[in-house]
Design a protein around this ligand. Structure first.
Ligand code: SAH
Length: 456
């Protein structure tokens, strides 16, 4: 099969060391640990954010959890993502692409495989949402460079949707080796441009709407979990929204309250047949998925969303992380990461019928289907250094072990319907089949990662 062949052609070069696996933002750990204490924590930037939030609440009343999350994470002046490089050993959490290069390599093969499955269009945009430090893109671009022949001269370009100026700088340094320029005006839709170290044009945007139209493979790894959620609670009087208010007993502290009357969100965002008593909904994620579905339908391509999540079953997953520990979501706002599990059933509903959706499948199954075992063996064969070998094995275990990231992280894809259908036989001018009746086109290639690869 083509993904296996691509794997075999990937040389076993070790290009980056894996950091020691640290804390991942996982829900079952959240349930078993208590929140770290908050009041004695370092005052900045939490305090300025806290002042900003309390004056907002004093002026207009309690704010939704979504507004709280949006302000805390992406406020243009003091937002957590805007100010920090939060990934890695010295940050607040670690992600799969940071743990092992194999993760990005297999996603690179997935991108190539979907481009081939779409009939190898001559222009190919790789679009990544929230690229963090750029490690995933870097590993994918290395695969593209090594398998240049397979890309057969397609015009490949890279497009990063990133809200954080700080992280975009880290990404640019890593991916272009400083070969990028910031746009003259802050209002430009493309705020940074350059050339990757592998020679491809690369651009940075704040919004998907600014990314040029055309055949694209969209990737979002640990991006949707950072988007603001609304929280709701079922009460005797019906659904009510949970909001953030000032604690009347301690005016410097925030607390969660259930508002007595319905809000626009509580009347619009809950499904009529909802069975859970606590529900989290991420309308911003829904809008992005709708826009992706529209682009994939009109321009061709696919989206791969990978995150910890559930299929419409979990209830209270909103949590904070700081220094690789759980952190009270309301304490020192702006100093810690906030996150909530992705509800894939909601994303599927928002995607609608214009695209084909597959998944979610567990990270373990996805990576195994992509050939992670073969890739690990190749790397180990080419590596004599005992500590690097140990790190490769540790990284593999972290990514695939069901007790670590193997089950909690899940993969979901949206595809153009044509990707899964056999081309119809040609019709004669009058709409009648020509004689002899031509056979239908070849069966579509299976979607890598979502079904097991044949090893023939
Ligand atoms: N994908 C990376 C980083 C995950 S952290 C990895 O797996 O390692 C979340 C990323 O999304 C960060 O790069 C953050 O700056 C970005 N981000 C968060 N909210 C965003 C938004 N609303 N628009 C664009 N980027 C956002």
């Amino acid at each position: 099969m083509r993904t296996v062949r691509a794997l075999q052609r990937l040389r076993g070069v070790l290009v980056r060391p894996c950091p020691p696996p640290l804390f991942v933002r996982s829900w079952s750990v959240a349930q078993s640990q208590s929140f770290s204490s908050s009041s004695a924590e370092k005052p900045m930037p939490g305090n300025s954010m806290l002042r900003h939030l309390t004056s907002k609440i004093k002026a207009t009343g309690p704010i939704s959890v979504a507004e709280y999350m949006r302000e805390v994470l992406t406020n243009p002046v003091m937002g957590y993502y805007v100010q920090n490089d939060m990934l890695g050993p010295d940050g607040d959490f670690i992600t799969s692409p940071e743990i092992s290069q194999i993760f990005g390599e297999l996603l690179g093969i997935w991108c190539l495989s979907e481009w081939m499955g779409a009939g190898k269009p001559s222009r190919f945009q790789l679009v990544e949402f929230g690229p963090g430090r750029g490690s995933l893109a870097n590993d994918i671009l290395r695969v593209f460079s090594q398998l240049r022949g397979a890309l057969g001269g397609a015009a490949v370009s890279v497009h990063l949707v990133e809200v954080s100026p700080k992280l975009s700088q880290v990404q640019a340094q890593f991916l272009t080796g400083d070969q990028s320029q910031v746009s003259a005006s802050e209002d430009e839709p493309v705020y940074r441009q350059g050339t990757t170290t592998t020679g491809l044009p690369i651009s940075w945007y704040r919004n998907l709407d600014d990314v040029p139209r055309g055949f694209s493979i969209y990737l979002a790894h640990e991006f949707f979990d950072a988007l603001p959620i609304h929280k709701f609670q079922g009460t005797e009087k019906g659904w009510r929204e949970v909001m953030v208010d000032i604690d009347p007993d301690e005016p410097g502290k925030l607390r969660l309250v259930i508002v007595p009357a319905p809000t626009l969100a509580s009347t619009q965002l809950i499904q009529a047949d909802e069975k859970r008593r606590h529900v989290e909904v991420c309308p911003e994620g829904g809008v992005i998925v709708q826009r992706l579905a529209n682009r994939i339908t009109e321009d061709g391509g696919a989206a791969l969303i990978a995150d910890y999540g559930h299929d419409g079953t979990k209830m209270d997953t909103f949590r904070g992380f700081k220094g690789h520990k759980l952190h009270d979501v309301l304490a020192s706002p702006g100093s810690a990461d906030l996150t909530a599990d992705v509800d894939y059933s909601y994303l599927r509903r928002m995607a609608g019928a214009t695209v084909a959706c597959m998944g979610p499948v567990s990270q373990k199954d996805f990576l195994k289907n992509m050939g992670i075992d073969t890739r690990l063996q190749v790397l180990l064969r080419n590596c004599a250094d005992p500590s690097t070998r140990a790190q490769l094995i540790q990284g593999y275990d972290m990514l695939t072990n069901p007790l670590k990231m193997g089950e909690r992280f899940q993969f979901f894809t949206m595809l153009n319907h044509s990707r899964l259908t056999r081309p119809e036989p040609e019709q004669s001018k009058g709409g009648k089949k020509m004689a002899p009746v031509p056979k239908k086109g070849p069966a579509p290639l299976p979607v890598a990662g979502f079904s097991e690869l044949g090893l023939s």
